[in-house]
Design a protein around this ligand. Structure first.
Ligand code: SF4
Length: 280
């Protein structure tokens, strides 16, 4: 339970979201510079064919620029007003998907860590998912955990069948079982992106709570769009991919978000109740 995820109301969370939005805007400026460069070339070329070719390229870039600019402005508006707007959300996702590699490269050039940029993207995604306010039935929720949460000395193969876990309590998989049973949601453990995609295809959930590192969460969220995915970062006290941990309170909060209306929220179980549940 050593995860360091920030809750949505945390001010640091807002800063993280702004970081990715800022990088997106910077990427847009980069495209603008490309457009300006293209325009410069266009007016200095005498060859008609080259002019036509450049004009076509510039026109395509200009349309892309317009969509992306609208998408970024829409995302900023959604975050600022804390209100979902489907059209802006759709355009925003186009902007994010198109500019993600550019934003990542620019962020790296500015000395930012890849993990920081991806964590910022995950926070932005979580906020957008929350603003959509979608409620689903328990059986439509998939709780997807990474294999590295399992104790490295455990002999039981839980990726094929998660119920092979003997619930000994040596790793967070036991508590995830308790949460899944308590809320009647599905639990699956994946070794990587391919198996995670397989589970999504097999169970056809309408909402996913995914636990993973920055890299896997980022690619998972992008791969499963437009499926709403709330990402919870794991913590790595023993280094990457080994005996990782997760903040169970954040996982539970994410499950409850998909299941309950805010006004009809059920009383939150205590940590003691969860521990009792995990030993059943
Ligand atoms: S809780 Fe399950 S997965 Fe974890 S060590 Fe025990 S048997 Fe293995």
């Amino acid at each position: 339970m050593t995860g360091k995820n920030l809750l949505p109301s945390d001010p640091g969370n807002r800063i993280k979201k702004r970081l990715f939005l800022g990088l997106l805007s910077l990427s847009l400026l980069f495209i603008t510079a490309l457009l300006a460069g293209g325009w410069f070339l266009l007016v200095h070329r005498s060859n008609l064919f080259n002019r036509l070719l450049l004009a076509l390229g510039l026109l395509t870039l200009a349309v892309l620029f317009f969509i992306i600019a609208l998408g970024i402005a829409g995302l900023a508006l959604i975050i600022w007003q804390e209100r979902s707007r489907p059209l802006f959300l759709h355009l925003g996702m186009i902007a994010v998907n198109t500019l993600f590699p550019v934003a990542l490269a620019l962020g790296r050039r500015l000395g930012l860590k890849k993990e920081t940029i991806k964590a910022s993207f995950i926070e932005l995604n979580n906020q957008l998912v929350r603003l959509q306010n979608q409620r689903v039935k328990p059986e439509q929720v998939l709780l997807l955990a990474p294999h590295c949460l399992q104790w490295s000395g455990c002999p039981h193969k839980i990726t094929i069948d998660v119920y092979n876990c003997r619930r000994c309590g040596r790793c967070p998989i036991d508590s995830l079982h308790a949460l899944a049973a308590k809320y009647n949601v599905r639990l699956a453990v994946a070794t990587g992106g391919t198996l995670a995609r397989h589970f999504v295809k097999q169970y056809r959930p309408r909402a996913v709570i995914a636990i993973a590192c920055e890299r896997d969460l980022t690619s998972g969220i992008q791969d499963t769009q437009p499926l709403p995915v709330l990402g919870v970062l794991n913590s790595r006290p023993h280094g990457p991919c080994l005996d990782t941990q997760v903040n169970l309170e954040q996982v539970e909060e994410a499950i409850r978000f998909f299941l309950y209306e805010k006004t009809a929220e059920q009383p939150r179980p205590s940590r003691k109740e969860l521990e009792v549940g995990s030993s059943v």
